[in-house]
Design a protein around this ligand. Structure first.
Ligand code: NAD
Length: 437
């Protein structure tokens, strides 16, 4: 065993970026994942997810002999430092994050890890999880002196590699100082560049992650409520957002009116935080309200489309442009676009979708995924822009004018070029702009 060896357990969106990123520093990384198809692809240098720059970074790591892959933790080289990035999806029963994947991964690691190994939790976990894991390790493997460290992840899908190399802060929580130091050392390059490192207990670091996501979800929800107001009273929501965002106390990010937050993190993490609050008798009222407002947003959108189509979606064909929960990723988990597709199908509409990378496994008689924007728009009575992909910003809808049943666009992302010459020939409604009728 070499002391610079690292093992990353769970190589999805977070773990794979972590593994490839650490390998680029010259560290030797073994990746372990239960999914044999994923490991097989990775061995061949093919990333199982879509992320800018990932394929090249993965190939470089393989060519330099710095990254290896296995489905079995027992087969992987024992390492002094582990990063665990397995999923922590919502439990349908409790609303909290499920810990079964994490507990299984940590037990597997503990069985093969060398003494004094550090097990770093990158997964987003309920407050108190790392302390409970540490207590369990101390009980089950007292002779090994294993240490749990909490090191939450803040990357954004779509810019994940960029975010790995340019973190705004690094949070390291743990009871053991030497263990925290070990993790801190693996990020030494960042610290030399002035990236702030916050060292804390695990309760603090776990709370930082939930509080950060809940705050961002609140910001999104706040601008969406203001956007609803603008739709009714008039005004320009983008200018409102710019006008408040230039205030440095507020900041410009996450002030884009849209279909509500989605993705694999915000919905799950806000729900978990609300559940944790209730469990401890400290109700998180802001977060609970944010969840409620965000959940009802799809209904609001559907009502607007319905109104534009004469109150009847049944039998109409709708083109949905975009499936991913945001641009530049293939991730469709909790995607507003996908929820809208389901809602439209439930209302009896026929749906044709197009997304440059994301794919859905939905099988429904009225649903078809298309390879081009034009094919999705064929016969459509409404074109719905659901994800802010760059190609939808610049698309000239003249190309589909003859193909559609009605020239109507509902822009959930406010990206369609309404000043383009073709736009004069279309009815375009946008979230955050007053109705056209
Ligand atoms: P993911 O579903 O893409 O990847 C998880 C991987 O873990 C899967 O490949 C799965 O096969 C593997 N796995 C599960 N159990 C395992 C086990 N016992 N041993 C080995 N592998 C196992 O998930 P993700 O999106 O990368 O998220 C991982 C964690 O990071 C979650 O807690 C999430 O909340 C958090 N997080 C995600 C993001 C993001 O943008 N995706 C950002 C910050 C934090």
């Amino acid at each position: 065993m070499k002391t610079d060896e690292i093992c990353v357990v769970g190589v999805g969106y977070v773990g794979l970026i972590q593994a490839v990123g650490l390998a680029s520093f010259g560290l030797k990384v073994t990746c372990v994942d239960l999914d044999p198809a994923k490991i097989d692809m990775l061995r061949r240098g093919v990333p199982p997810i879509f992320e800018a720059g990932l394929e090249e970074a993965l190939r470089q790591a393989i060519d330099r002999g710095l990254i290896g892959f296995s489905t079995d933790i027992a087969e992987a080289a024992a390492a002094p430092l582990y990063f665990v990035a397995v999923g922590t999806p919502t439990s349908e029963r409790t609303g909290n994050a499920r810990l079964d994947y994490l507990e299984a991964a940590v037990s597997g690691i503990a069985a093969v890890a060398p003494p004094e190994a550090v097990i770093t939790v990158k997964s987003t976990v309920p407050i108190g999880t790392c302390a409970a894991l540490q207590a369990r390790l101390d009980r089950d493997h007292p002779e090994k002196l294993l240490a749990i460290v909490s090191n939450p992840e803040f990357l954004r899908e779509g810019t994940a590699l960029h975010d790995f190399f340019n973190p705004e802060r690094i949070v390291i929580g743990g009871a053991s100082r030497p263990a925290r130091e070990r993790v801190r050392k693996s990020y030494a390059g960042f610290e030399e560049r002035g990236v702030p490192v916050i060292e804390s207990d695990t309760f603090t670091s776990e709370t930082i992650k939930y509080a950060a996501n809940a705050f961002l979800a609140t910001k999104v929800t706040f601008i969406n409520e203001i956007s609803d107001l603008v739709e009714t009273v008039g005004g320009d929501i983008d200018e409102v957002a710019r006008g408040i965002g230039l205030d440095s106390r507020i900041g410009p990010q996450f002030l884009k009116a849209g279909p509500g937050y989605g993705g694999s993190c915000f919905p799950k993490d806000t729900l978990a935080l609300a559940t944790i609050g209730r469990r401890h008798g400290v109700q998180q009222q802001i977060v609970e309200t944010v969840i409620r407002i965000n959940d009802s947003r799809r209904f609001h959108i559907l009502k607007r489309i319905e109104a534009a189509m004469g109150d009847k979606l049944s039998g109409k064909r709708v083109a949905v442009l975009g499936l991913a929960f945001k641009a530049d990723t293939d991730d469709v988990r909790d995607s507003p676009a996908v929820e809208i597709v389901h809602a439209l199908l439930e209302e009896g509409a026929a749906v044709r979708s197009y997304d440059p990378v994301a794919k859905l496994t939905v099988k429904h008689r009225g649903y078809r995924q298309c390879e081009t924007i034009a094919a999705a728009c064929e016969g459509a009575s409404a074109v719905l822009v659901a994800t802010e992909w760059g190609e939808f910003r610049t698309f000239d809808f003249t190309a589909v004018e003859e193909a559609v049943e009605r020239r109507y666009i509902f822009d959930m992302r406010r990206i369609v070029d309404i000043k383009a010459p073709w736009a004069r020939r279309w009815d375009i409604e946008r979230i955050g702009s007053p109705l056209i009728r």
